[in-house]
Design a protein around this ligand. Structure first.
Ligand code: E4P
Length: 220
């Protein structure tokens, strides 16, 4: 399973790379706005830091505009993946950009039917938003389950399931249990994945007992 980081904060990305857990990055217009930096500059910097796929989202809603923006963004770096929304034009753009050899992430997926369309349009990734489904009283992880089940019936579908809108470490575990290919995780949640109070307590106890022995592992 791959871990992407869901942020456009270059400082966060830089420090997370040191953990060895960053297989890629996803951004969206809200995350770019939050960074307060020019789009091209921030994408270029992220692509230099991360060798894996970096999703950059188009903001046009018409097909021509999506294609123009997608082709422009794809030129920023070879590891750019173009993110298009799950709309009729977004799926047409997905088909065309895929034909041109560009990796495409179809975003804002909230149903299995939408995910089926994305796979048929040749998407590299489908991004079901599980947190936003939970927010409206549905169970986001059920959607991941349905998509994985559907895709498994058709081995010629090459679309990878990229679980998005992750809000807790539990979400990461849930989508991993179901078999999502990728989870895109906010930095805060990635840090939380390390944590368990019994790990902290166990370490304190072990070190206290070790101290009592007066030994050191290394000679001298
Ligand atoms: C994924 O690609 C999206 O950028 C992101 O996961 C959306 O998450 P949110 O629902 O927390 O905004």
């Amino acid at each position: 399973m791959k871990f992407f980081v869901d942020t456009a904060d270059v400082t966060e990305i830089r420090s997370l790379i040191e953990t060895g857990f960053v297989d890629g990055v996803t951004t969206n217009p809200s995350l770019i706005a939050k960074s307060g930096r020019p789009l091209q500059e921030v994408l270029k910097e992220i692509c230099e830091l991360v060798s894996g796929p970096v999703s950059a989202e188009v903001t046009a809603t018409d097909l021509e505009g999506m294609l123009k923006e997608g082709r422009f963004l794809a030129k920023i770096a070879p590891n750019i993946t173009i993110k298009v929304p799950l709309t009729p034009n977004g799926l047409k753009a997905c088909r065309q950009l895929t034909k041109e050899g560009t990796s495409v992430n179809v975003t804002l997926c909230f149903s299995a039917g939408q995910a089926l369309l994305a796979a048929k349009a040749g998407a590299t990734y489908i991004s079901p938003f599980i947190g936003r489904l939970d927010d409206i009283g549905e169970t986001g992880s059920d959607l991941i389950h349905q998509i994985i089940e559907i895709y498994s019936h058709y081995p010629y579908f090459t679309t990878q399931v990229l679980a998005a809108s992750i809000r807790s470490p539990l979400h990461v575990v849930e989508v991993a249990r179901i078999g999502a290919h990728v989870a895109t995780i906010p930095p805060k949640i990635l840090h939380q994945l390390y944590q368990h109070p019994l790990t902290d307590k166990g370490l304190v106890d072990f070190l206290a007992d070790w101290e009592k022995t007066g030994q050191s592992i290394l000679p001298g």
